[in-house]
Each structure stands twice: as C-alpha cells, then as structure tokens.
Design a binder for this molecule. Sequence first.
Ligand SMILES: [Zn+2]
Ligand SMILES: [Zn+2]
Length: 307
Amino acid sequence: MSNAPDFTIHCLGCGSAKPSLRHNPSSTVLDCRGNLFMIDCGEGAQRTFQQQRLKFSRLGHVFLTHLHGDHVFGLPGLIGTLALSGGGGSITIHTFEEGKRILTDIFDYFCRDTPFDIRFNVLSPAEETVIFENNAMTVRTIPLSHRVPTVGYVFEEKPGLAHINREMCDFHGVPISQMRAIKGGADFVKPDGTVIPHAMLTRPADPPRSYAHIGDTKYMPTLADKIRGVSLLYHETTYLESDKALAGPRGHSTALQAATVARDAGVGALLTGHYSSRYHDDALFAAEAKEVFPTVITGREGLRIPL
Ligand SMILES: [Zn+2]
Ligand SMILES: [Zn+2]
C-alpha cells in the first residue's frame, strides 16, 4: 500500500448526450492531495458528487472540455448549491470565451447577491498550453477534434521530495534539524568533515502521477505523442467498432480507437466512458479495447481510482 498523498479519480458520469437510466452525463473529479478538480459537469453531477462523499468546500476548479449540454448542464445547479452553502469562497471555471459569456448571463440571473465568488479562466481552444499550476501539479490543454471547439486536459503531478532513510540517518548521526535540507537534496557533513551524500541518506521520491482526460473527440492518432506515458488515460469510447461509420462524422471514437491511442502512448491504464445509450452492456467496450491494449478499466458512476 502506497503512502503517497491522494491522486484519485472519481467517475461521476459515464453516459453521453442522450439521457439514459443507466448513466449520468459526463463528469469526473480528480482529488489531488485533498483539493478537488472537476472535469465537466453534466446534469446530476452534484448528486453523484455527494454520493461519493466528496466535499463541496474542497472544490475550487471546474474544467469544461467543450460547450455541449451533456458536459455543462449540471453547472448552474452546482453553482447554485455552492452559493447556498453561505460560507463564501470561490470557484474558478476554465472555459472558452463563449462559455464565459453564456455562463455569466446564467449566473448573473440565478446566482446574484451571493457572497460566493465565481471566476473564469478563459482558454483558447486551439492552443496547447499550461492553464493552471499550484504547488502539487500542472494542468495543460490539448486541442481535440469534435463538432465544436474542444480540449482535453492533462493533470501532471510535480516531482516530490526524496524519502528519508531513517536507518542510514540514525547510523550517521544526522540531527533532526538537518532532515528537511537532506530531504530537499543536501548532503550531510559530519563534524569530522566527512561528507555523506544525499543519495545514501534517502530513498528516491515516488514517481509523479498523471491523468489525461480526453473527452469528446474523434480518433486522433497524433494524440499519443502528447500524452505519452500518463498513469491513467480517460479516452471517450462512445461507440463500438460495429458502429465505426457513425463515430468519425459525429466527432466520437470507438473503444478500439481509444485503446489504440492508449497502446501507442504507452499509458498505464485506459478508462472508458461516454457510452452511447444504444448499447446495454458496458463490458463490451472494455472487451473490444482489450483486443489492442490489456489494461482497461470500465468506467461507471461511483468508481474511485487511486493512482
Ligand atoms: Zn458529450
Ligand atoms: Zn460533445
């Protein structure tokens, strides 16, 4: 069991545009060290959010992939709920200029006179760029190919500090006051001048974790280069290969195409989702994906994936 701090994906909605009784529309939450980052907010996302015992007070950011209703319609309700909580605070919505304009009108009407601060970070849908950074991770965008401007997001943890090797530190008599410096990369100099190198007193830091969220898009072979080696790739799997003729023209992918991207990018695992309501067995998506890539997780509401 790893002692690494939280870097956990919560699936809130795995359906696509047409409502179904089996799935909610798109929404995902990344818990990075206790701070929650939502990606898309389809209708009903705030209910699944609560069912997964996530805390509204820890939600500071919503990243919208594009402005289709199945990814956005839950946001006015969520913002209304946050505003009702009465505790003040703020949330930043990452979206395009058009999204800011539309949502500002809605919030001005339904959420005015609240002590809650709604901020926008305006993105360019055509640019591949770092749009957010804190002390734990960075978030960058990847332009996708859908029927309207759309981006994917890559969340990348920053490298952590080395772990102290307690036995070696005790053996060499390292005082507590120097532990922080040694964790940060310093060597230890004994009173007699002997230098004990940092590498002898520590174990390597945990490898940084990463999550790529590739929402609605048609198959893009060039994606693999942009998400190489991520720990977990969510790639939409709206269709099966039997309906491949529909996928491209509608700006979507098949499970096999998503798995091809996963294989070509050498990711740790593939997470499926955005299932068309024409299918009635989610296991079919993973089965098809496994024909080309072995490590596939079938997305479903309530699923929690610690990385
Ligand atoms: Zn969609
Ligand atoms: Zn869409």
